[in-house]
Write a protein that binds this ligand. Structure first.
Ligand code: ADP
Ligand code: MG
Length: 397
């Protein structure tokens, strides 16, 4: 039996596990505090972020947990439940690059706080969570934002989600050495319950977008992971830059593919390499879809929202060419279910997760049907996560 969509209910067992581990490792008194921050799924707007366009992520009911207690010295002593490991570093000796193990995500946030002139302090902390790692749900941003929430509370810094999202991105870019965009940290830091977040990656303006209660979002992890993803990602970014350079010679005001209109796209066609043209032909319409989907969700037009998701998938598959057999299969199975409004791959592609918009009351039946049909064809550890939008980073106690 598949669980009903989680509406932000933090798993009490997860919380108990993390706080118990804290007491075992670091002692029960003084009582520690707890910060949590959610993973996210991007509903639409794929490969638009680095083209300065729009995305529409939503925080999900799976979180990173940081149980913490400030120390009077400058030592950061962390324990990871997932890796069953305790490590410590001096916060005055943090330098970039700082590695990419679990502690680097925590220490990187401390480093980024200090580099921005914000107060930092030593702390004992336990890191735990139930965002699946590497499934495309951004366990890393969840961990960064839970750490930032904890550190803000421990060091007495006001919580400013926009600033904290930027700090999380800086930690991941510079300290961990991962060239991620800003979407994940924004979604994890500032989403509101019941709402997705329309984010303009150029201006960083955000608009909360209500997701009608009769719709649930089902994340479908295909179980496929491919090393190819990183080189293909760099290759797609390079294609966008080449296309942009051509468009900019036609229209000087064009600073990113976000500025290219459908008319300019056609006008530039003959000057572009055919592959680069295909890549741009994905980005230009895809960039309008988050705004259109935000309108569709706000007006309750779930059929339109689903159609936009399908269109996005076909564009990623045929024009941007970042889908794969598993993503195509799971979305096709989902789409064929009578309770599904639409489905698409989400994240960079070549494996990872897809996302479907589904009638809430039919979610358990949908999940059972999709999982068994997928597993009948593909022997990978697939998993489905029914979700409703939850609030971003918060302190529990
Ligand atoms: P994702 O797509 O899930 O963000 P990343 O590779 O970007 O995958 O980040 C995953 C890394 O983040 C893990 O390898 C680990 O270092 C760290 N991490 C995330 N969640 C946790 C957790 N609950 N406990 C410890 N480390 C975590
Ligand atoms: Mg990540």
């Amino acid at each position: 039996m598949t669980p009903a969509p989680s509406a932000g209910g933090l798993d009490p067992q997860l919380l108990r596990r993390a706080t118990t581990r804290f007491a075992e490792r670091f002692g029960p008194e003084p009582r520690p505090r707890v910060a949590v921050s959610p993973g996210r799924v991007n509903l639409i707007g794929e490969h638009t972020d680095y083209n300065e366009g729009f995305v529409l992520p939503m925080a999900i009911g799976k979180v990173a947990v940081v149980v913490f207690r400030p120390r009077s010295d400058r030592i950061l002593r962390g324990h990871s439940v997932a890796f069953d490991e305790t490590r410590e570093v001096s916060i005055d000796s943090l330098q970039t690059p700082g590695g990419n193990d679990w502690l680097a995500y925590v220490a990187g946030v401390v480093w980024a706080f200090a580099s921005e002139g914000l107060a930092v302090c030593g702390a004992d902390l336990v890191v735990d969570g139930d965002v699946p790692i590497g499934a495309g749900l951004s366990s890393s941003a969840a961990l960064e934002m839970a750490t930032a929430r904890a550190l803000s509370a421990a060091a007495g810094t006001a919580w400013d989600p926009v600033r904290m999202a930027r700090i999380g991105q800086k930690a991941e870019n510079r300290y961990v050495g991962m060239n991620c965009g800003i979407m994940d940290q924004f979604a994890s830091a500032m989403c509101e319950e019941g709402k997705a977040l329309l984010l303009d990656c150029r201006s960083l303006e955000t608009v909360p977008v209500p997701v009608p209660e009769r719709a649930a979002v089902v994340v479908m992890d295909t179980g496929a992971r491919r090393a190819l993803a990183a080189s293909a990602y760099n290759d797609r970014r390079a294609a966008c830059e080449r296309a942009l350079a051509r468009f900019a010679t036609l229209e000087p005001g064009v600073r990113a593919l976000r500025d290219v209109t459908p008319e300019l796209l056609e006008r530039g066609r003959s000057r572009l390499d055919p592959t680069d043209y295909r890549r741009a032909s994905h980005v230009v319409p895809e960039n309008r879809r988050p705004v259109e989907m935000a309108k569709a969700l706000s007006s309750g037009d779930l059929a339109l929202a689903g159609r936009l998701m399908n269109d996005s998938h076909f564009s990623l598959r045929d024009l941007y060419e970042v889908s794969c057999e598993e993503l195509d299969l799971v979305t096709a199975i989902a789409r064929a279910h009578p309770s599904c409004f639409g489905a698409r791959m989400t994240g960079a592609g070549f494996g990872g997760s897809a996302v479907a918009l589904v009638r809430t009351e039919a979610v358990p039946a949908f999940c059972d049907a999709v999982l068994s049909a997928y597993k009948a064809k593909i022997d990978l550890p697939a998993a489905l996560y029914p979700c409703r939008p939850v609030a971003g980073a918060r302190l529990l106690e």
